[in-house]
Write a protein that binds this ligand. Sequence first.
Ligand SMILES: Cc1ncc(COP(=O)(O)O)c(C=O)c1O
Ligand SMILES: [Zn+2]
Length: 445
Amino acid sequence: MENNNSKFYFKCKNCGELINSFKDWFSHGQHCPKCKTNRVDTIYTGNNDEIKKFITADNNPQSLWHYFDFLPLNNSKNIVSEGEGVAPIERWGFLEDYAKRKYNLSLEIFINRNDKSFATGTFKDKGGSLAASVLKEHGIKEYVVASTGNTASAFAHYLAKAGISCSIFVPENSLSDSEAHIATYGQKLFRVKGDYAKAKKVAADYAKKYGILMTGGNLDPLRLEAKKTQVFEMLRIMGKIPDVYIQALSGGTGPFAVEKAINDIKSTGLVEKLPRFLLSQGHYCAPMAHAWAEAKKNNFPDGYENEYPIYKNPKVLIPTIATGNPGMYPLMAPLVRRSGGEIFPVTEELAVDLARLVAYEKAIKIGPASAAGLLGLFESLKRGLINDAETVFVNIGESAGRALDFLKEVAYTSETISSVDDCSRFNREKYKDFVWEKFENYDKL
Ligand SMILES: Cc1ncc(COP(=O)(O)O)c(C=O)c1O
Ligand SMILES: [Zn+2]
């Protein structure tokens, strides 16, 4: 390896080959030049102990670029940023009260909100910012993205900001609000007749045909390294790694990134082990959850991680997290297992009820994929997967900003009237039982 880049390099996780820089990585088609795998580790040459300086309570970071030393960009003048990656991590008392009231558990429940992320209101803004910055650093002017919606919106935004043309391929069922957001930036949106797997295929063909660089999927260092910073944020804000990490699972970038961060800083003594990954999938497209349940029933036989169903054109209510061909399962299942976690389905219809509850209790509008993540908490409690006195972190990834049809379903108080005689006096309290009803009875559903 010729080392003209002192900050970081890549190491193939399969054969150990070293790759010097993004320039080399891109020129090899984002694969190891020797064994052709796309699984590489991003390794920083600096001292990992330095992270301690950045995670103290008196830091007031403006964006994920607070962690510049731990991100794969050489020159800070190439940063394309909009205050992403420092979305609030908050304790939500109404959930802690619920866990106590219904299950007699005293928990600390932290919610990582992303609805406030400045660019597109999703946790994909982090990846968008890092990708745009790295592409800018390498003078790249065109890029291809395949996404169910949120990555598409984030990349469309940040690449537009960097003056980079972004061709985006979304599946037929991706939310129309997402489409409107993307197209507004003057980036190109191709709605592909078919499911997410088909959209990825057409995107790859397009990238090949025109010789354009394309997002590398869930293991793309650009996405992993950006999302890795959520662990630094846990340490900065919570002062610890939680016992449990809950998130809606599609391809798995989030959990993979948590593992990467923990590996990076293990030597510092700041963290001892992985959180238990308790990952939810919408029940209309839950191939990993189904594979997991089957493997568990059979006591995880040899090679269990290679047995999974593939769903073509799944009909779902939450398309943002619907990955019918779970190509990441062979890596995700062993990670979840190492962590002591679980993968399970949650009922997609309940997303509307949960969004109502959150809006009632917190005055926050969450999107459907966020609701699927938070439903993971209710399901985990019901399944007895959380122990007394544990700290729980729930990553809810999006606002309702690109799901306005969903929001219309969530709204429930409108009434059309002709005169004041039609209006009975309003008291917000009367809706409390209504918004709580499904969750008070969740254990019986
Ligand atoms: C809001 C939201 N939650 C969860 C996910 C799933 O992310 P992961 O790639 O970590 O499975 C996505 C990805 O599309 C998302 O947009
Ligand atoms: Zn290799």
